[in-house]
Every structure is written in C-alpha cells, then in structure tokens.
Design a protein around this ligand. Structure first.
Ligand code: HXC
Length: 259
C-alpha cells in the first residue's frame, strides 16, 4: 500500500508488523489523511493472516503531538461534523489484532488518545503524556475524557484535562496508563519483543481475549462475565486449544496455527 504520512513494514521478527507515523517535522501531528492511512493500514494488517501483532510508533521526539491544529483552526462545528473524523477512530478501535504502542517523546491530545487505543504501551523514559486541548480553547474529542479517566482515575484525568499538564512516563506508569518504561534506545525493540511474545500465542485466543478485556469497559460485571465465558467456551472449538493443551501435557512448545 502507498502511504504519504506513515511507513508500514514487517518487523524483524515473524508475524509482527510495524506502523511508523512519519511527519517528523510536525511532531507527527495527526492530520485527517494520516489518520485515514492508519485506519487503512490496520484494516489490511487485520486481514493479513501472516500478521499476528502490530506495533505503532512515532520517533524518539514525538509519538504524536496531537491532531493537526493548523488543519482544524479555521473549521466550524458543521465542518467538523461533516468531516466525521471519529468514524476513522472508531474503525481503528475495532482492530481485532493486538496493538502495541511504542511511545517516546510527546504523546499529546490525539496522540495520547491514539496511544490509549493501543492494547499495551511501552514507553521510553522521555515519554510525556498530556491532554493539552484546554490550552487551545477546546477539550479532548477522541477518548481523552473517557479512556484516560478509566485508565488513571478521576483525580489525575481531571487535572490533565483541565490544566493541560503533561505527565512523565514515571507518572503514567504509576497511574496505570502504560505498561513499561525503558531507556530511549530500547523502546521500539521492547515493543517488538512484546508483540513477538504475543504473536507466538494462539491468534484466535489472543483476539477473543482482547475483545473480552475491552468488553469490560462497556458492560456490567455480569454481562462481561457472560461474554467472557462464551469466548472461553468457543476456544474449545479451535485446533489451537488442542495443540496448546497437548503440548503442555507432552512437555513441548506449542505450535499455534490460528485454526
Ligand atoms: C500542528 C504541530 C502540532 C499540532 C506541533 N506542531 N504540534 N502542528 N498540530 N498538534 C508543529 C509546530 O507548529 C512546529 O511547526 C513543529 O511541529 C515543531 O513544534 P514546536 O512547537 O516548534 O516544538 P517545541 O517547541 O518542542 O514544542 C513541542 C510541543 C508543542 C510542546 C509538543 O509543539 C505543542 O504544544 N504542540 C501542540 C500540542 C497540542 O496542543 N496538542 C493537542 C492538539 S488538539 P513549525 O512549522 O512551526 O516548525 C487535539 C484534539 C484531538 O489533539 C481531537 C481528536 C482527534
């Protein structure tokens, strides 16, 4: 596929694909075309049987400094409604395969919201997370008041959203927003390593497990438990379940086929 603002490549390990945001001069500001490219790339990777996990990254200085302010500045509410950018975000959210965010530098506004669409976040020690929309007279629009609050709780989410304060990787880790902090030279390798470990599992089990965890944000406990149980039962219809359990009994490594 031909993209202008992202690079899509296989990682150096099997079954892992890498999407790199590639507007370095603009700190990977998320213009509409870039977001559309991420959506299209994820859709293609979701449909590609050779891919089992996806890493999304930016560069050392910026994961993404937010939606493209220059592109939005002159828009009216009606323009924004008709552009309907959030259908793109909704499509990204529906990606079935696991997404690992490899975050260094700025993850601000839409950049923080994009990181929060990832299932696991590996950050460099220079990463900074923030929802600074309040500084430009607006507020978060792609999950920054909802996913952030669920991840870090009301106190810190309110502070970030109302004051625009950035938090460090350390603070983000302590608050439960990210999974791991590593030195800056290692963040991408570490994310690929995590993706590779997940890619070695049964892809169907991974998909249903991801779906089940995400369900917890949208359901009562009872509904969520019921949903989880159905997915659990369903996995007993897969060859991978037989392979995984037989491999355990036979004391060998499982070879999952995604069937
Ligand atoms: C457009 C941006 C940008 C953005 C940076 N740039 N962020 N362009 N949209 N969000 C551009 C700058 O204009 C500049 O271009 C170049 O990138 C380098 O940025 P500098 O500001 O010179 O760098 P620095 O002084 O290091 O400051 C870094 C920064 C600052 C703190 C990240 O750039 C900043 O505050 N950016 C905006 C962050 C923000 O408010 N994000 C939320 C956006 S609203 P030139 O051409 O001057 O060199 C949002 C809503 C999401 O995300 C809604 C759902 C999609």
């Amino acid at each position: 596929m031909d993209f202008s603002f992202i690079l899509v490549n296989p990682a150096h390990v099997p079954h892992v694909a890498l999407i790199q945001l590639n507007r370095p001069k603009e700190l990977n500001a998320l213009n509409l075309q870039l977001m559309g490219e991420i959506r299209d790339a994820l859709k293609a990777l979701d449909e590609d049987d050779s891919v089992r996990a996806i890493v999304i990254t930016g560069n050392e200085r910026a994961f993404a400094a937010g939606a493209d302010i220059k592109q939005m500045a002159g828009k009216t509410a009606v323009d924004m409604l008709l552009i309907d950018q959030f259908s793109t975000w909704d499509a990204i959210r529906k990606t079935k395969k696991p997404i690992i965010g490899a975050v260094s530098g700025f993850a601000l506004g839409g950049g923080c919201e994009l990181a929060m669409l990832c299932d696991i976040i590996i950050a460099s020690e220079t990463a900074q997370f923030g929802q600074p929309e309040i500084n430009i007279g607006v507020m978060p629009g792609a999950g920054g008041t909802q996913r952030l609050t669920r991840a870090v709780g009301k106190a810190l989410a309110m502070e970030m959203v109302l004051s625009g304060r950035f938090i460090t990787a350390e603070e983000a880790k302590a608050a439960g927003l990210i999974n791991k902090i590593v030195p800056v030279e290692l963040y991408l390798d570490e994310a690929v390593k995590m993706a590779s470990a997940i890619a070695a599992k049964s892809p169907i089990a991974v998909q249903l497990a991801k779906e089940s965890v995400l369900k917890s944000f949208e359901s009562s406990l009872q509904e969520g438990l019921y949903f989880e149980r159905k997915n659990f039962y369903m996995l007993f219809a897969t060859e991978d379940q037989k392979e995984g359990m037989n491999a355990f009994v036979e004391k060998r490594k499982a070879d999952f086929k995604g069937r």
